[in-house]
Structure formats: C-alpha cells, structure tokens
Ligand binder design. Structure first.
Ligand code: FUC
Length: 820
C-alpha cells in the first residue's frame, strides 16, 4: 500500500481502503486535533452524544447521555404563593416595584430547588503508544453521513478513525484501522468525576457505573452504566487496572453503550445495567458495515430532506476554523449553507422521538456544573431550539418538545394550584428533566409565569404544518388547560381596565423608573402571548367541534387584552408604560415576539407596528449574545430586509476562539454557537432565520425569497415546509426566482408571493390573489389597532414587488412555476 502525499490543500488521497476527500460541501474539517472542547466534533443519536477530539496519541471521546441529570424527581413550588400574591399585585399596580420584587423573592421564588443540572458521563480514552512523527493530519465531521473521521500518517503507516452515534442501534461506534498489519496498539479506559466503579469485566469489555450529583438539597438518584466492547481483529488484549490494553491489532471496532435508570420525569426504575448490556448484545453480532448502513439510512432519512446550495468560492478550500475567522472579509457562501445544515444536523442528533428535547447545550456538555445547569430556559432559548424543526423538514425532531409540554401540563397543574390557587397549568422561565415549574434563580429573572403560554404555541403551530386532526385532538387538552390557567390568573388593571398578567416581567429586562425591579404587569410580550394562546385554543376548539360553551369566555378575554403601544421615540413599547430607554441594548427583544415567531406584526397589513419593531431593533443594535443574534436574523427577515439579516449572520459567524464566559457572541471553531459559553440556541435560531430569508409562511401566503440579500445572487433550496403542508423548492438566479416547485400534501388553495412575475407550467393557471386566502391554514389573526404616542415619529414601510398569486392544488401533486 502506498501513501500519496497531499500536494494541494484540496486533494484526494487514496491508499488501499483509505479514501479521504479533504473538505467539501457539508463537511467541517481541520488540520489539527482539537485542543479544547469547542474544537472537538459532536456526534449524537438523540440520547447518546460524544465530542471527538481526534488526537493521534490520545483519542478522547467526551460522552453524554440525555437522561443523566443531577437530583431526581422533584418539585419547586413555593407554597407561600397564595399568601403574597394579592400584595404583590397591589404593589405592582401602585408603582411599588421594589417591594413587589422583595415579596416575590420570598413568597414566590423557589425556597431551595432552582432546577437540576444536565451532567457529564465522562470520557472514553484511547492512549496509543506507538504514534510518532505524525504527518498529513486531517479530521472532519461529515454532516451528510453523521460521522467523524480522523486520518494521519505515523511512522509511514496510514491510520484512520471513524466515530458515529447510531439512532437505530442505540450505541456509539468507533472504528480504528490502519493500512499495515498489527499497527494498532493502545490502552482503552473510561473516566468520570461521578463514577463509582470502572473496570474491565472480561478481556474485551470495560464497564463503568456512577451516580448523578446532589444539587439544591435533592439527592442525586440517576444511575448510569456505560460499557465499551472492544472487538479486535488480530493482536491481543490484556486486562489491566482501570482498562484494557490492545496490542498489534489490524482493525478494532469499539461499541459504547450507556443507559440510566431514568424512565420518565416521575420515575427512576429502569435497570441501567440490563439496558446498556442489551444494546451491546444486539449490536455486537452486526459487522461495522451493517451498523454503519443502519445508521446512515436512519440519519439520511431526515437529513436529506433539505438541500441547500448558495454556490462556492476559493474560501471553501480552507479548514473550517479559518473560514469562520475570515468570514467577514471573504466571500464564502458555502459556509452559510454549511452552518445552516449543521443546525439541522444538531437537531437530528440531539432530539429524537421518545427522548428528551434539546437542552441549552443540545446534548453535548462536558461539565457537571454547566452554565445555567444546561437545562431548559423557556423564556426564549428552548423555543428557539425548535424554530427550525417543522420548516426544515424535521417534524419528528419536534416531538420531544411536544412531549415535554404534555409533561409540564401535568407538573404545572400542581404549581398553578399550590402557588396561585388557579386551575390549568403554569410554568415559569425554566424547567428541567423533572419538569419543575416553579420560579427559579430570583424573582428578577424567574418571576415570569408565561413559560406554558409560549411553549403551547408549538402545539398549535405543529398542526398548521401537518394538518393532522388526530394530532390536534391529542394536544388540545394541554392547550385548553394552559388557557384555563390565565382565565383565572389574568386581572384587570386599574387605569385602562385591560386584562393583564400580574406579576410578570419582560424577560429579563428592567424598565426605567422601576427601582431596579424587573417585575411589572401588562408587558407587551405577555399580552401578545395571551392573544395567541386564546386565539389558537379557540380555533382548535372550533376545528375539533369541542367546548362551544367556552368560545364566548375566550372572545371576551381576547377583547379585553391591551393593544400594542408605540412609544415616544416611535418604538414598540416593551412595557405597558412608555418606559423604554432608547440606549437599551439588552439581549432579549421579548416584545418582538409579536413579529417573530408570532405573526401579529407584519409589513403587509401592520406598517406602523412593523416600523416600531424596526425602531426597537435599530436601537438594540446587532451584536449581542449568540442566541440574540440568531433571533435577530429571523426578525430582520420578517422585516423583509435580507441585507440586514445577512449582516447579522456575519456577526454570528465571527470566530470565538476560546471556550468560556464572555459578552460578545459568535461561533466556536467547531461551529457551535457561542453565547458565550456554548449555547445551542444560536445555531438553531440562525438556521431558522436563514429559512425565513428564503421562505416565509406566516402572513397569509407562502412568501418566496422575501428577504434575499443582494450577495446571495444565485442559489437553490428544496424540501422546505410551510403551513398547510406544502413542500417548497426554489431556484434563483441573479436575485430573481427562476423556478419554484410546490408539492401539495393536503391540497387546497396555494397563495404565493414571488419577487418577480412567474407562470405555472402545464395547464393550471395562476390568478392574481384577491381577498382573504380561503386556505384555513393561512388564517391571520385580527389584532387590536395599536395606540400611538403623540410624540412618535413613524417611518414608511416599503414593500417591493407585489406578485401575489392563487392557484388550486390537489393533494399529492407537484406544481412548477417558472420566471416569466
Ligand atoms: C436567559 C438569557 C441568558 C442565557 C440563559 C440561558 O437567562 O437571558 O442570556 O441565554 O437564559
């Protein structure tokens, strides 16, 4: 076997069974091993995860299991709630915000438990003792195949390592190979801060078990069992203390299985040892090729639904970290497509049906005390994780979140009763694997009883994509119960007699003149959430022909909600009073929920509100934490400003070289979003935002290329989904839509807005759209007319190109439009 040295950076090298194409579309690649965690490459199957370092001498996989959390089944409702609620409300209505905050800290904030932490199983390491003189080093993550590969030459021998996490076989698989016989010699071992035992149980099996930590007084009760099965071809193995040594093997496959005793959020009664052994014994008889084929089929079934191409450039020939570093100053459209697909890769790898939803770090976490416990922050971050799910063809990945909302509707029912003496269910700004639903951290961050209201939007929105009445029936009780909580909790404020949420806050911002207290009532985002929750619950009831006696109650509530208000500098007010500070650059833009992800504000029918939302964004500025920038990509897309959205993508794709805390967001060398530290929402938010630049579905029609930046001259995307279950493909050239393909799944009227005139191929004809879209999935909400401050100066909102067409579709048929 011969090795051909790499003459060009971008080269193909073939030697025997070794084939590695350096870089290419849908690949992250590097010319050196990961020195730190945010350089390692993530693999995951929704439950198991590994960060692969690719070090020739010491290979390291940092590993996670999605149910390994500190503590155990627990609750954190403060039972003093009913005693303090009326006083807090009184203080807030009477301008005594500080007292309200102090009282909420005592009587509403959790007494001890502020949520459990997602924890780290540990590391699996391979110490090689004969790797010297490393040349031709290369490592990649191929997100089309969901596999990492490391190749290098040492002492004239070519080595290759592959790692993937299999969805169907429920294990992590490592394959070590070389092009010379007997060349693989290493020591394999597990390690973990939380281990109880780690040892070889026979000549080719390592086993480690451990227990999660105790936190905030809740005893650690999650037990894990991890097994590594070393299957060597040639050579021999020897059991040593703490591990197994392998010498002179030709090829080695290692299967890693992990299981915990977690059953569901209330129960820990699984046998983790039996479970983890079962995965191994089922996988062991299968060859590496069979395991890989199973993995590939399962993964690609999801990944290949969407294809995205923005063209390429010279810049794409560089390693990924260099490309991020150079992104602002070079033309590298392929990096945008890669970052986009990486978001889809991360969602498939961290959120599988039947499992846990992606938490703040998805499923990848190397700490036992991660930032914000790596739990679920539901005042934006968890929702953001799921923005790309439906529209980028990954509805199955949305299921763990839907299940979490169902769980919370049970646990949160007790919270509603205990803390507020209300019916229905409530959740505040955080939850965890035990589905806690009380107030955490401190009142200024946690006193936000709207987590259930926001999460519930996902229940309805999923229906708009799938049109599945059985699904809607299954989630309707959760929606109804969420609405029921606010039927009891909303209270009339004394000035305008609007129905408002009190106490609450506009996450996690403090208005001027509030004595340093975030607590407030009638906040814009809360009002928007209330409008959506009641409107959607009502629609669901009407569609399902249920609860006709409730419709009147809900209509009355909707009619008494506050309107949106435009304040003294033309801004959309964040609070009920005109308290916004034009210099405020807070990362949360909660009141813009109405623009995105909601559709209460849009340029087509609500120009004043659109302008006021734009004023907010201009004042807040662009650069912020990773997730904040991800949100702003969506928001600028909804404002139909593709160039500004593209500017935000550039801000987001700014290299953050080192792991750790900081205030300026960006992207780590491994494409993970930097809050900093790593927080996955920015990845998902940006993937969603790029979709919104190319396709929107919320304004009563399907909007083709609504916010295409000038720089994205030519491109194509296919497999995107819209409300009403249409599947869309778009090809554009010179910034014009050249061809649009529409697959209709449910039939019905297709209303389309295109940036240039188009015609249907075949016999069907396009009509200029008129009136309301008869397709019920495209119903838009009727909100109240906003109140506008006398001081506010508003700017016009421009809409270019008004080509809006209607045509009838039949379920199962494909329609093609071409440029006229
Ligand atoms: C919210 C945000 C922070 C961070 C945390 C996980 O508190 O304000 O920026 O994202 O969640």
């Amino acid at each position: 076997m011969t090795f051909k040295p790499c003459l060009f950076t971008f080269c193909l090298f073939i030697s025997g069974s070794f084939l590695a194409q350096k870089g290419g579309k849908n690949k992250l690649w590097y010319d050196r091993p990961a020195g730190q965690w945010v350089e390692a490459l993530p693999v995951g199957n929704g439950r198991l995860a590994a960060m692969v370092y690719g070090d020739p001498n010491k290979e390291k996989l940092q590993i996670n299991e999605s149910t390994f959390w500190s503590g155990g089944p627990s609750r954190n409702d403060n039972p003093d709630g009913p005693k303090v609620l009326d006083s807090i409300r009184y203080y807030l209505f009477n301008g005594n915000y500080k007292r309200a905050q102090i009282l909420a800290d005592k009587g509403l904030n959790a007494k001890t438990l502020h949520g459990s932490a997602f924890q780290n199983i540990g590391e699996f390491t391979l110490d090689f003792n004969n790797i010297n003189d490393v040349k031709n080093y290369y490592r990649e993550l191929d997100i089309e195949k969901a596999i990492t590969t490391t190749t290098f030459t040492a002492n004239g021998v070519n080595f290759k390592r592959e790692v993937f996490a299999s969805i169907p076989d429920n294990i992590i698989v490592i394959k070590l190979s070389s092009d010379k016989k007997n060349a693989l010699s290493f020591f394999a071992g597990f390690n973990s801060e939380l281990k109880k035992n780690s040892k070889a149980i026979d000549f080719n099996t390592l086993q480690m078990d451990g227990l999660s930590s105790t936190l905030d007084g809740v005893q650690g009760q999650v037990k894990f069992n991890a097994i590594a099965k070393i299957l060597n071809k040639g050579g021999k193995t020897e059991v040593l203390e703490n591990g197994i040594s392998v010498s002179n093997a030709n090829e080695v496959t290692i299967l890693i299985s992990i299981a915990t005793n977690f059953t569901d959020y209330k129960t820990l009664n699984n046998d983790e040892v039996l479970k983890s052994k079962k995965y191994i014994s089922e996988a062991e008889p299968k060859s590496f090729n069979t395991l890989f084929k199973n993995h590939l089929n399962a993964y690609q079934n999801y990944f290949k639904r969407v294809h995205f191409d923005l063209g390429t450039s010279e810049a794409a020939k560089n390693p990924t970290d260099i490309r991020i570093k150079n992104f602002a100053t070079t033309y590298d459209p392929e990096l945008i497509a890669l970052y986009y697909q990486f978001g889809r890769y991360l969602l498939i790898s961290s959120s599988q049906p039947g499992g846990q939803p992606a938490n703040l770090q998805g499923i990848w976490n190397n700490s036992n005390k991660p930032a914000w416990d790596s739990k679920y922050t539901i005042n934006i971050n968890t929702e953001m994780n799921y923005w790309p799910a439906e529209k980028t063809g990954l509805p199955e990945m949305h299921e763990p979140l839907i299940q979490m909302v169902k769980d919370l509707s049970e646990s949160g029912k007790e919270t509603a009763k205990t803390m507020y003496n209300s019916r229905g269910w409530v959740a505040h700004h955080n939850t965890d694997i035990w589905r806690i639903s009380g107030v955490v951290d401190f009142a200024n961050a946690g006193m936000w009883p709207m987590g259930g209201a926001w999460l519930s939007q996902h229940l309805w929105d999923k229906y708009l994509y799938n049109g599945d009445l059985n699904y809607l029936r299954s989630v309707y009780p959760v929606l109804k119960s969420a609405a029921q909580f606010y039927e009891d909790f909303l209270i009339e404020e004394p000035t305008n007699h609007w129905l408002v949420v009190n106490p609450s806050m506009s996450p996690e911002n403090i208005p001027q003149g509030h004595q340093g207290s975030a607590l407030a009532s009638g906040n814009t985002m809360d009002n928007q959430l209330m409008f959506d929750l009641f409107t959607k619950t009502k629609k669901a009831a009407e569609i399902l022909n249920l609860d006709s006696d409730k419709i009147q109650t809900w209509n009355t509530i909707i009619s008494k909600l506050p309107p949106m208000q435009l304040g003294y500098y033309g801004q959309l007010q964040e609070w009920m009073g005109d308290l916004d500070d034009p210099k405020d650059n807070h990362r949360h833009v909660s009141h813009l929920y109405g623009l995105f992800p909601s559709n209460q504000i849009n340029p087509f029918t609500k120009p004043e509100l659109t302008d006021a939302a734009r004023t907010v964004l201009i004042h807040r500025g662009d650069v912020s934490t990773g997730w904040s920038m991800g949100w702003k990509v969506n928001l600028w897309a909804k404002l139909l400003d593709g160039n500004h959205a593209n500017k935000l993508i550039k801000d987001q794709l700014t290299l953050v070289e080192k792991d750790g805390w900081g205030s300026k967001g960006g992207t780590y060398p491994n494409l993970f979003d930097a809050h900093p530290p790593f927080q996955i929402d920015g990845n998902f938010g940006c993937t969603s935002g790029i979709t919104e630049m190319l396709l929107q579905t919320q304004n009563g029609f399907i909007d083709i290329l609504p916010a295409l930046p000038d720089e994205w001259k030519n491109g194509r995307i296919s497999g995107l989904k819209t409300y009403g279950s249409f599947e869309i493909g778009i090809v554009w050239e010179n910034n014009k839509a050249k061809e649009v393909t529409i697959k209709s799944t449910l039939g019905g009227n297709c209303r389309l807005r295109t940036p240039n005139e188009m015609q249907l191929t075949g016999n069907a004809k396009l009509k200029r759209a008129e009136g309301k879209n008869p397709n019920p999935f495209f119903d838009t909400p009727e909100i109240k007319t906003p109140l506008i401050s006398k001081e506010a100066k508003l700017n016009p909102v421009e809409i270019k190109n008004e080509f809006i067409y209607d045509f009838q579709t039949e379920a199962g048929k494909i329609y093609i439009l071409k440029i006229k």
